[in-house]
Design a protein. Structure first.
Length: 306
């Protein structure tokens, strides 16, 4: 069976970029990953056998970098779909079983350091370029602002592009999103801004201004008068796991991992792709941040113990 994840994407990107002379910086209470005129190798994106969403899905359900490398060795040698391999593993077939079934040497599966390094470079290139799947939002809504400098250099046959990148945290993205001012103001009031802007992996279900305006007056009064109630209600909208649309559609249960508040949310998806979070419609999905993903919803979520 798989091992727990030892590192999340943000950490992988930050460590790898630091190794090439790129440094994570803090901007007051709003930490950002700043990359100034760094050379990023984009060649791993050319005819890549990897899939960003598949890798993020595997990380989100607990697979480590080593596990993901082993899965890709199995995928390429056995010709089995990546997510199908995960399903087989989750149903009880170990990596060893899968390797033996397809006559793959065990060393190739369990000593996949080369594959792991290739995947790491691919993930860095994806994060730097914004080259995510086509169903993601436009770059202006992605939370990843990339200013490409015109110079392109070829070093040892590898294409290098000089870039200036600022990857915004979830709080930054929310602050720059129309129609979410109330949510941002309450996040500030509850002292959660630094939390959702910090390195990590988050999913945030962000109610619109009109959603807060529809709250009953007694609920609004309770939020105004009771800081703890406000904090717990907002924490009920935040997961410490990345759940983008594809990951949600691949879930085998209709409940999420626990929220920061402690309870789980219920997710229902329709055949045409519409999503309900508890009783709230998702108006806009997959708003990307440097440390996770945001989904805009039309109703404030109320925890059971509120």
């Amino acid at each position: 069976m798989h091992r727990p994840a030892h590192s999340l994407l943000f950490g992988v990107v930050a460590i790898a970029l630091a190794a090439s002379g790129v440094h994570a910086q803090q901007d007051g209470s709003l930490p950002k990953l700043s990359i100034s005129k760094a050379f990023v190798d984009y060649t791993p994106l050319i005819n890549s056998p990897y899939d960003y969403e598949d890798i993020m899905y595997a990380k989100g359900i607990g697979y480590s970098d080593d596990d993901i490398a082993s899965l890709y060795v199995l995928k390429q040698r056995a010709g089995v779909d990546f997510r199908q391999l995960i399903l087989l593993n989750q149903s009880g077939e170990s990596f060893k079983d899968l390797a033996l079934d397809h006559h793959i040497p065990l060393d190739a599966v369990f000593k996949a350091d080369v594959e792991r390094d290739k995947i790491e470079k691919y993930m860095i290139a994806v994060e730097a370029s914004g080259g995510r799947p086509l169903d993601d939002p436009p770059a202006s809504e992605s939370g990843l602002n990339v200013n490409r400098i015109s110079s392109v250099e070829t070093l040892a046959g590898q294409r290098k592009v000089a870039t200036t990148i600022v990857a915004d945290g979830a709080y930054d993205v929310l602050s720059n999103s129309l129609g979410m001012g109330t949510f941002v103001r309450l996040i500030d009031k509850a002292g959660l801004a630094d939390v959702i802007n910090s390195p990590g992996t988050y999913t945030i279900f962000a109610p619109t201004d009109s959603a807060f305006a529809r709250l009953p007056s007694y609920v609004r009064k309770k939020l105004d008068r009771n800081p703890d109630s406000l904090k717990y209600l907002l924490m009920y909208h935040i997961l410490t796991t990345r759940l983008d649309v594809r990951a949600i559609q691949s879930m085998t249960t209709n409940t999420t991992p626990p929220t920061l508040e402690g309870e789980r949310l219920t997710i229902v998806t329709s055949p045409d792709g519409d999503m309900l979070i508890n009783n709230s419609n998702v108006l806009r999905a997959n708003i990307l941040a440097g440390n996770g993903v945001i989904h805009e919803i039309d109703t404030v979520l109320i925890p059971k113990n509120f």
